[in-house]
Structure formats: structure tokens, C-alpha cells
Ligand binder design. Structure first.
Ligand code: ATP
Ligand code: LTN
Length: 349
């Protein structure tokens, strides 16, 4: 595999930053795609060696919109297996399911009582997801960011320490609300919670849909040619890339005025590990057909090891359940300390 960017592992256990924490999570709704990978998971695989890391499958967030129970259960395992396949090492990081650690729901209730409605009214994700059907959207969808704040703040440590949240750029507003919630709590009750920092990658923080370069690639988009799934076969990847929307003009270069091309080149950049200049040089005198062919190759090859590991994880009886049980135990232990401090500070002991 030629893929240096995806394999780069610049940090080691024991580097400065010991004591600091990382938490992030993904909803087990739909199929994970290369946007989730390039915007979030890839960063997790690097950060886990620098910080004590917690990676969660946020199934309580998933039920803010209706879910089929059997499918939810299966998707939860699928996402956990994909974390491992992508390079999250269960011996280094704690991988767990949100609903297995009841402290998340308990802190969410407490923070719900401290969060002004006005803060939630401003959240753009609610507006998008409720899609004008505000009256019918669940109360859970509205307070979703408070549950997310709880996921994060439970792992800030006692005493509070640096806390990082690696996410794509659509989650920035939620992490900012989490910071505000922590600061408000600390003003009211003393320094208990660690205000987190979002960590958003410079490249790949917002991969766009292949069929609509003006919309973020997203699990919940139904279009057949919208996103490349982590488990897509090379043939499916080829079809999707060959149909990707492009822009007028022949020359292959990073040009923000041509968003379809820019998106394809960004994906190429991240999977190939080459920089802009190299890529533009490689494609001099060539057109979209050449770019799409090469892109199909780097993406399929880049995902192949992940897909092989995914199969191995799913085929090993009992392995995934044991990782999740161990992860939940460690997460419970850690989060119980912060929750205990919160309750003591508020007189809930
Ligand atoms: P949904 O459509 O179900 O909301 P999603 O595809 O937006 O799903 P999430 O579960 O909301 O995915 O996101 C998981 C992580 O992946 C988050 O950190 C998010 O910022 C990141 N992410 C999601 N979509 C993209 C994208 N297109 N580009 C980069 N990062 C992304
Ligand atoms: N809202 C996030 C998922 C999420 C999350 C978290 C991300 C829930 N809890 C805690 C980071 C940290 C999303 O990607 N849709």
C-alpha cells in the first residue's frame, strides 16, 4: 500500500500531554463513510497514543430519531468493529457503548437543568434535523447537545485536566456549548468540570457528498451515489466515483471555485499522502477520467486493510463483546468519579 498519510503515527505513549484526555463518539445510524473516517476516526487513531482516550458509540443519541431495535443493535456492533478495524486499539483506548454507562444519562439530566433554552435554540444541527417539523421532533433531539456535553465532560478527570474532542467541523458548535456548560457549572459550583477543546483536522474536516458537493457527506443522506462507505467494495467505489459530480473546466487543480473537483482532490490528497503541488503536477495535461481512475485506486487500496480487519473482528466469536464489556467497565469507573464530584458540589449527595 502506498498510503503514508493514513498510516502516519507521529506520537508515542509517554509524550508530553500525559494526563490529558480524549473523548469522541459516532452515532450507530446508517453506514460509516469516508467523511467520518477522514474527519474524525483517523485523528482518533493518532491521538490515542498521546492521551488517555475514550471512544464511544452513541446509541442514546441515535434514538433521538426513531430506530428499529434489531438494526440499532447490529449497527452498534458494526460501528464498534469499524473503530477497531480503523486502528483504534482496545488495549490502548477504551471503546464502549454509551447506553452501557448510565452515568451519561444521569449527568445529562443534571446539565439539562442548568442549560438555558436559548443556547439550544441556537443549535444549527437541531434546525437541520427537525427540518421544519419542530412540533413533532422529540424533546431528546432538542436536548441532544446536552447529552453530548455529558459524554465529554464525564471524562475530564478529577481534578479537571486538558480534554480534547476530535471531530469534523459540523460538531464545533456542540463542543462550544459543552465548554459553555462546563464554565457555567464551574462558576456556580466550583472547579469541577474541564472545559474541552475541539480538535478539527486542517484537511478533511468536511468531506462533501459526491452527488452534491454543496452538502456534507452524511450517513443519513439516502442517494445511492452520495457517499463512499467504509465497507463498499472496489466495484461500488468505482461506480460512485465515476458518477461524482464535477465542474466545468478541464484542468485538474485545487480550485475552491470548482467544489466538486476540490472535494475529489481533497479525498485523493488524504488517501495518497501527496501534497497539492505533487498532485497537480501528476495530473498535468490529464482530465477527470484520469483523476477518477486514480482516485478509485487509492480509495479502494486505502480501505482494503480496514475491510480485512473488520471481517476478522466480526469473525472472532466473543471478541467484540469482551472489548465492549471491558470498555464499559473502565468508562464507568472513570465517569463515576466526575459524576460524584458534580453531585457533591450541587448538594445531590
Ligand atoms: P448523520 O447523517 O447520521 O448525522 P454523519 O454522517 O453526519 O451522520 P455523525 O455520526 O454525525 O455522522 O458524525 C460522526 C463524526 O464524523 C463527527 O465527528 C463528525 O463531525 C464527523 N463527520 C461527519 N460527516 C463528516 C464529513 N462529511 N466530513 C468530515 N467529517 C465528518
Ligand atoms: N453529535 C456527534 C456525536 C457525538 C459526539 C459526542 C461527538 C455524541 N456525543 C461526544 C464527540 C463527543 C455527531 O457527530 N453527530
Amino acid at each position: 500500500m502506498t498510503n503514508t498519510a493514513l498510516q502516519e503515527r507521529p506520537v508515542q505513549i509517554g509524550d508530553p500531554g500525559v494526563g490529558s484526555r480524549v473523548l469522541s463518539g459516532i452515532m450507530p445510524t446508517g453506514d460509516l463513510h469516508i467523511g467520518n473516517y477522514l474527519g474524525a476516526i483517523l485523528n482518533w487513531t493518532r491521538m490515542q497514543h498521546e492521551h488517555e482516550s475514550y471512544f464511544c458509540i452513541v446509541n442514546l443519541h441515535a434514538i433521538t430519531t426513531p430506530q428499529d431495535p434489531a438494526e440499532l443493535r447490529e449497527k452498534t456492533r458494526e460501528v464498534a468493529a469499524l473503530y477497531i478495524a480503523a486502528g483504534i486499539d482496545p488495549k490502548v483506548s477504551r471503546i464502549f457503548v454509551q447506553s452501557h454507562v448510565h452515568n451519561h444519562a444521569e449527568l445529562a439530566w443534571i446539565l439539562n437543568c442548568l442549560t438555558p433554552l436559548g443556547w439550544l435554540e441556537r443549535m444549527t444541527q437541531f434546525k437541520e434535523k427537525a427540518r421544519g417539523e419542530r412540533e413533532r421532533a422529540s424533546a431528546g433531539l432538542f436536548t441532544y447537545p446536552v447529552l453530548q456535553a455529558s459524554d465529554i465532560l464525564l471524562y475530564g478527570g478529577t481534578p479537571p485536566r486538558p480534554l480534547y474532542v476530535p471531530v469534523g467541523d459540523d460538531q464545533k458548535q456542540h463542543v462550544e456549548l459543552t465548554r459553555d456548560a462546563a464554565e457555567r457549572f464551574n462558576r456556580l459550583y466550583g472547579e469541577v468540570l474541564s472545559p474541552p477543546e475541539p480538535l478539527i483536522p486542517k484537511r478533511g474536516a468536511r468531506i462533501m457528498g459526491l452527488d452534491a458537493p454543496d452538502r456534507k457527506m452524511s450517513k443519513s443522506e439516502k442517494g445511492q451515489y452520495h457517499g463512499i462507505r467504509l465497507l463498499d467494495t472496489p466495484e461500488v467505489i468505482r461506480k460512485k466515483i465515476s458518477r461524482a459530480v464535477t465542474d466545468p473546466g478541464q484542468e485538474i487543480r485545487f480550485d475552491l471555485a470548482r467544489p466538486g473537483l476540490y472535494n475529489l482532490l481533497t479525498i485523493y490528497e488524504l488517501f495518497s499522502g501527496q501534497d497539492h503541488e505533487q498532485i497537480e503536477r501528476n495530473f498535468t495535461g490529464q482530465g477527470y477520467a484520469a483523476l477518477k481512475k486514480e482516485l478509485t485506486e487509492v480509495v479502494s487500496e486505502g480501505l482494503r486493510p480496514l475491510q480485512e480487519r473488520y471481517k476478522a473482528v466480526r469473525d472472532e466469536p466473543g471478541y467484540l463483546e469482551s472489548v465492549l464489556a471491558e470498555g464499559a467497565e473502565r468508562a464507568h469507573e472513570e465517569s463515576a468519579r466526575v459524576l460524584g464530584e458534580v453531585k457533591r458540589a450541587m448538594g445531590l449527595g
